[in-house]
Design a protein. Sequence first.
Length: 463
Amino acid sequence: MDRAEKIVGGDVIDWDEKVRLFTTVIACDGEQGQLCAIKEFSRICKLAPDSALFGMVPILVELFRSSPPAIRDSTAFALCRLARRAGAPFCATIGQLGTIPIILGLLPESRDVLRRSLLRLLSALVAVDGANRVTLARNGGLDIVLDLISSCTDDTKKYLLEILSALAMLRGVRRVAVRLGIFPFLIEALSACRMISRMQAAHAIGLLGVVRRDRHMLVELGAVPALVQLIREGDRSVKLIASNALGIISSHVDCIRPVAEAGAIPLYMELLESSEPLGREIAEDVLCILAVDEENATAISEQLVRILRGSDEDAMSAAVDVLWDLAGYKHSASVMRDSGAIPLLMEVLLNGSVDIREKVMGTIAQLSYDAANRRALVEAGGIPLLIGLLRGDSEELRDYAVESLINFGEDPVLRDFVVEAFDIPSFVDARDRINRIRASDEYMSRSMRLLSIEQLTSDTELS
């Protein structure tokens, strides 16, 4: 049995001995022996512990750099095996040893099996290591990848999309994304790649979508349904990143309807009811954006009412946060009436925790600025509850109750319902304070209206 064969021989696996044999073969044997050793190493290395393989990395990279084509091609495959191991323990080391410039030099003229190995290796190296992405970008990797991807007709395009998604994590790459036509490829990567690359594409799209022009372009190119699908299929981390990206894209009136029509509202409701605090925060923000459209607001309110009927306090608190925002929209009266939210808010105000009750009162205070909502609050029995809060211990609840009652008192139709509150000392004190704040706000508003643009810019500190 020659030395190359001994690498895979034996009943008991002594990895240190196998590594020693491999090193000896590479140093002393001819091309055929080296080729056999590399192939056998590629076959069995997935069984070896990481600690036994780190010493092999410099040897393989040197073979990759300076060997004849047959050995170089087999070495590329072996490095790919190492780079794609669970946890990616070797990617940083492989990159630090100068592998990426070698790959870039070989890629343009490579074909078939070698190209596949090179692309799989490069994809693994940049997927998890930021320094490798920088190295790739600085060595002209973006141009090479775009040249290859534009003419690619086989399944290696998936690896090119993965590499591009990783590169798009770099700010410098995103800056040239529009000029170089990267958007369609990132959107394709949302569906075509392995999950880590789909997540990176979603992250990049979210960052690109901050720019209004880019946001419209992403929507027109099909980013919305691709992100919705990713939210459905991804794990916890992927859902958060894709949900955030979709929320950024939706943050313009022209983009709200396509997001809702793609089925996003139920997905954000699931996130709102999840145990993930960041997920609930994202869902709250996006649902408030989508609810700017009245049709969306109706669908959202119906789901929020369902949550309020449940027993999950965290989800109820998040639902009230969204209703609080909805209460300030011009279509709040019809939405709140049709969904049945106001009687449920009254119920939560009676039985909820202090935190939720304060949010409910903030919502009621906001609703009380609209005449139709005030009538709905009266019909739901809200006045006695508001007056009762004036004698409670929570200053925040009292202040919201006073704000609401002031609005009722200014309504000639409903004033008589609240007159008994006007003599309660806590109401008088809070009313005077709120009126002073309102007067101060109005004075500031009038003062600002009197300032012209020329006056604002004449001060050198402001110009």
